[in-house]
Design a binder for this molecule. Sequence first.
Ligand SMILES: Nc1nc2c(ncn2[C@@H]2O[C@H](COP(=O)(O)OP(=O)(O)OP(=O)(O)O)[C@@H](O)[C@H]2O)c(=O)[nH]1
Ligand SMILES: [Mg+2]
Length: 425
Amino acid sequence: MEQPNNKAVIVGVNVQDRPDFAYSMEELRNLADACNIDVAGELTQKVAKINSSQYLGTGKVVELSALVEGLDASTVIFNDELSPSQIRNLESALQKKVIDRTILILDIFAQRARTREAQLQVEVAQLQYMLPRLVGLRESLGRQGGGSGMKNKGTGETKLELDRRRIEDRISALQTELEKLVAQRQVQRKQRQKTGVPVVCLVGYTNAGKSSLMNAMLDQYMPDSNKQVLAKDMLFATLETSVRSIELPDNKSFLLTDTVGFVSQLPHYLVKAFRSTLEEVTEADLLIQVVDYSNPEYERLIEVTNTTLKELGADHIPMIYAYNKTDLTGERYPQVNGDKVYLSVKQQSGLEELITLVKERIFQDYIQCEVIIPFAEGRLVAYFNANAHVRETSYEPNGTRLTMECKKADYEKYQHLFAEPEAIE
Ligand SMILES: Nc1nc2c(ncn2[C@@H]2O[C@H](COP(=O)(O)OP(=O)(O)OP(=O)(O)O)[C@@H](O)[C@H]2O)c(=O)[nH]1
Ligand SMILES: [Mg+2]
């Protein structure tokens, strides 16, 4: 049986005048859009407390039913995560497919997952969502003839036929496979850490411009690298972590990591499932929180990001802010204010200011010095030319004089080889 249509009505309850309610409904619409669902109508209700049996008050359910019929919608989408019994009750009252915010997010993640690791993580999260809802989902499936909103390969009807026990087995098999991938990633990360190169992580709300910023940095500092990442005007364009090396003109380098974006009410099992991918964040030396400054709700989105970072155990890592998309606001840019840089990646403006701030934070263990390297230790001159910022080179009777900025650790390591300046008679 074919799905009748992809028209839906979105429904939300505004509990105690939530200040971000209007935005959360707009976001729900965007999430639906990202799943190719056509939002034909909207229904909201102000309440003091969510109705535990059917989410909406009884009168509102009747009103909703009429609206859904009138618009000929096949699906009703709720702005919060519904409990198994709420789904059951709403489906029997409405006789339509009932889905919630969580399943939309899971669906988008499933569509976008490219790497095996991301696919495994999404599937684990989907199964964990399904487990307590099996009965309701099965009823829904019987009525709709397939497609609960789970669209990725491998899920779908066959999976829904599995009983609880088999789903649990499947989850643990996926987790075992995932652990192997995570172990590999950890080895890679340990190797990177050994090199002592600082790690800077881009974090922030979805669609803020993290990947665009990463690409702009690559353009500017690594023009031949050909390692651009996907940046696109859609929710959750990035699901996998990418790490790129950025070498600055003064020979300082760092690793830049692009990560999955956050969204409000990110299902906790999704956060948990993606924890391994996001471990990079918890071990970074510095976080750059990219903010869509053109979004009127940007302060709330910063809050959501900070709460998610806390949930991941990354709230202790130093952070600076890139207030991006300033070109869409009336504000002046580029502009630096404490730990905030107002910039526009699109207009390629403010990148240098941001890099200056990054450098101040991650290269604190550098010193300015002047040393004389005996001619016999010529390899050291080559080393510093490659790994330090040499400002001036001159030749003395007893060796090469370098005026430079180098790592304090390097200075201390090679100090015993440096020559004393000759006394001028
Ligand atoms: N006007 C304007 N648009 C921008 C700017 N920077 C990025 N964008 C646009 O914002 C959209 C999202 O950019 P991405 O870089 O994919 O955002 P992201 O933070 O990586 O998003 P996720 O991967 O979904 O978390 C794209 O359409 C970009 O072209 C900017 O400075 N100004
Ligand atoms: Mg991205």
